[in-house]
Design a protein around this ligand. Structure first.
Ligand SMILES: [Zn+2]
Length: 213
C-alpha cells in the first residue's frame, strides 16, 4: 500500500498537485507502514539538499510533546513533508494558530491534523487539577474538555480512570478544532472555501496506530 511517491521530497509542483484527500491518504499510508514496521528507506541527507532552498509541506500536525509520538516517525515522513506544532495537551492558542496560518496560507499545506493521544500526561494533569509553575495556566486549556465529559455519579474523574482520561483527550481534540475555526478567521475562510481541511486524530500509545476521528 503506497499510492503516492511518498519517498520523494515535496516540491512546489508536487504540493500544488496534491488534494486534501491525497494529504490524508499519505498520512494514513505512512502510519500503516509505521505500525507494520515497514517504513520507507529515505535518503535524509539528500532531502536536506533538496529542501535547502525551500519547503513545500503538505500537512501541519498539532500534537502533544509526549516523547512517544515523534510526528514524522509515526507517519513515516521525511524532511520537508509536514509542519509540527507540539505542546503538552495539543491545544491551540494565538501562537500556534499563527504558526498554522503560516503553514497553510503562506506555505501551502492542505491539511491540519489536531492529534491527541491515549494516556496523555497533560490530560491526566488537568484531570487531577495539577498545580506547578507555568503548568497550572497551561493545563487550563484542557479544562473545557474536562468539564464537557460527563461521568456517572461516583465515577472516578481522576487520572486513575484511564477510560475517562482518554475520553477527555478525544473531547479536547474536538474542542480544539472548534477553537481553531473560531479564533482563526484566516484558516476558517480557507476551510469554507475548500482550500484546506482540519481533522482530528488520536494516537494509541499501545499500538502506534493513528485513528482519524
Ligand atoms: Zn500528551
Amino acid at each position: 500500500m503506497n499510492t503516492y511517491a511518498n519517498n520523494l521530497t515535496q516540491t512546489k509542483d508536487s504540493q500544488t498537485a496534491l488534494t486534501i484527500q491525497n494529504a490524508m491518504t499519505i498520512l494514513k499510508e505512512g502510519n500503516h507502514r509505521f505500525v507494520n514496521n515497514d517504513t520507507l528507506n529515505r535518503d535524509l541527507r539528500g532531502q536536506i539538499n533538496d529542501t535547502s532552498t525551500g519547503q513545500y509541506p503538505f500537512a501541519a500536525v498539532v500534537s502533544c510533546i509526549d516523547s512517544r509520538i515523534p510526528t514524522e516517525i509515526i507517519f513515516d515522513q521525511g524532511i520537508g513533508d509536514i509542519f509540527n506544532a507540539r505542546v503538552a495537551g495539543n491545544f491551540v492558542n494565538q501562537d500556534i494558530l499563527g504558526s498554522l496560518e503560516f503553514a497553510c496560507k503562506l506555505a501551502g499545506s492542505k491539511l491540519i491534523v489536531i492529534m491527541g493521544h491515549t494516556s496523555c500526561g497533560a490530560v491526566k494533569g488537568a484531570c487531577d487539577h495539577a498545580k506547578l509553575g507555568n503548568l497550572t495556566a497551561m493545563l487550563e486549556n484542557i479544562n473545557p474538555a474536562l468539564d464537557k465529559v460527563k461521568t456517572a455519579d461516583g465515577e472516578d474523574r481522576s487520572s486513575k480512570n484511564l477510560d475517562f482520561v482518554n475520553k477527555v483527550a478525544i473531547e479536547n481534540v474536538h474542542l480544539t478544532i472548534a477553537r481553531l475555526k473560531e479564533d482563526s478567521p484566516v484558516l476558517n475562510e480557507m476551510i469554507e472555501k475548500g482550500e484546506i481541511n482540519v481533522v482530528g486524530a488520536m494516537y494509541d500509545v499501545k499500538t502506534g496506530a493513528v485513528s482519524f476521528l
